[in-house]
Ligand binder design. Structure first.
Ligand SMILES: Nc1ncnc2c1ncn2[C@@H]1O[C@H](COP(=O)(O)OP(=O)(O)O)[C@@H](O)[C@H]1O
Ligand SMILES: [Mg+2]
Length: 356
């Protein structure tokens, strides 16, 4: 549905040229919810604005719905843009127009008759849950409601593609969730292709099927969301994952580990990190392993999050028990699809141990 090839975007600035995009290739399929994540200044807005040629790339080609946009004349481009709706971080509503009139605006500009405008706008207001607020002005509604107006307006021309540039970045987490749920609903209802540009992992986690990570004007990693975030290759991807699932153990946890290790207990201890990557079983695997192999467990640190309803994250644990049993437990965990990383093999000599 969207094919970008060899996209470069260079801006002139007082300090010299800014290479905002440096060779972007992207293929986004019909009906996909595709996320593009990157830090501020990475080139996200530049990228999304090339998809509807709001900003014309200095090099490269842009195909949307089978049409090459860079070669179209002004009138052809105006028509092609009706296939592409866009939602903005700061909503970009007209303050002098009511909710209804904001949604109606693109249709009025396209010369649609008033009766038909009404026929199209009413169901859209229904869809985004704003029928009761149709006569309010933007200053009289909340941020989340403003974004609902922005979404209804973007859908007014019945686009095939919806672009969102940080649509939820100005919203609180709960409103963000409801707006993302709305995106999912309209994707299903209209079989839309949605491109979500964001710096928020929450957005990618909740709705994107595939994701591209952009850094300094280049796509450094892309693929299925679960794959990219469970096996991050690039430093930027790793730091984004770190935002939701911290990898390093904090000093307070290390101190607790030292304290636990200082307690002399017969047998061996293993400090493990258990990573769950969509494969965490439904059954309470940890307690099962502890019982089966007669181990003690200290839960030290960790976080389990969800990507599209599947568990994702890691737990750092100290397992104690007989060495053979520890080995068997680790094998059992691995066999159940848990990624087990040995952080250290620690041993307390039995002769100094006392029975607890
Ligand atoms: N119109 C412009 N003129 C000059 N530099 C720009 C312009 N727009 C963006 N930039 C620069 O291009 C880079 C990418 O910007 P942008 O695409 O807005 O990134 P993002 O949306 O990821 O924060 C930044 O260094 C930014 O300062
Ligand atoms: Mg931006």
């Amino acid at each position: 549905m969207i094919v970008l090839q060899g996209i470069h975007q260079t801006y002139a600035s007082a300090a010299g040229p800014v290479l905002a995009l440096q060779g972007i290739d992207l293929h986004i399929g019909k009906g996909e919810v595709f996320g593009v994540i990157g830090r501020s200044g990475a080139g996200k807005s530049s990228l999304v604005r090339t998809i509807n040629l709001l900003s014309r790339p200095t090099q490269g080609t842009v195909q949307v719905a089978g049409r090459e946009l860079t070669t179209l004349n002004a009138e052809q481009l105006r028509l092609a843009r009706q296939d592409i709706g866009m939602v903005f971080q700061h909503f970009n509503l007209l303050s002098s127009r009511t909710v209804y009139a904001n949604v109606a605006l693109p249709l009025e500009l396209a010369g649609v008759r008033a009766a038909e405008v009404r026929q199209r706008v009413d169901p859209l207001l229904d869809l985004v849950g704003l029928s009761a607020l149709r006569d309010r002005y933007p200053a009289q509604i909340s941020g989340g409601q403003k974004q609902r107006v922005g979404i209804a307006r973007a859908l007014a021309s019945r686009p095939k593609v919806l672009l969102s540039d940080e649509a939820t970045s100005a919203l609180d987490p709960e409103t963000t969730r409801s707006i993302l749920a709305l995106f999912q609903q309209i994707q299903r209802e209209f079989d839309l292709t949605i491109v979500l540009i964001t710096h928020q992992m929450q957005v990618i986690k909740q709705v994107a099927e595939r994701v591209a990570v952009i850094d300094a004007g280049r796509i450094v990693e892309q693929g299925a969301v679960m794959d990219v975030f469970t096996r991050p290759q690039h430093a930027t991807t790793r730091s984004l994952v770190e935002d939701i699932v911290p990898q390093a153990l904090p000093e307070s946890v290390l101190a607790r580990i030292r304290m636990l290790m200082a307690e002399s207990v017969a047998g061996d201890s293993r400090l493990l990190r258990l990573a769950f990557a969509g494969t965490a079983p439904d059954q309470p695997i940890l307690s099962q392993v502890i019982r089966q192999f007669g181990l003690d467990l200290n839960l030290l640190h960790g976080q389990i999050d969800e990507i599209q309803g599947r568990p994702f994250g890691s737990l750092s644990v100290l397992l104690r028990g007989a060495q053979v049993q520890l080995g068997a437990a680790v094998a059992h965990l691995r066999g159940s699809g848990v990624l087990v990383e040995d952080m250290n093999t620690l041993r307390v000599a039995p002769e100094v141990a006392h029975v607890q």
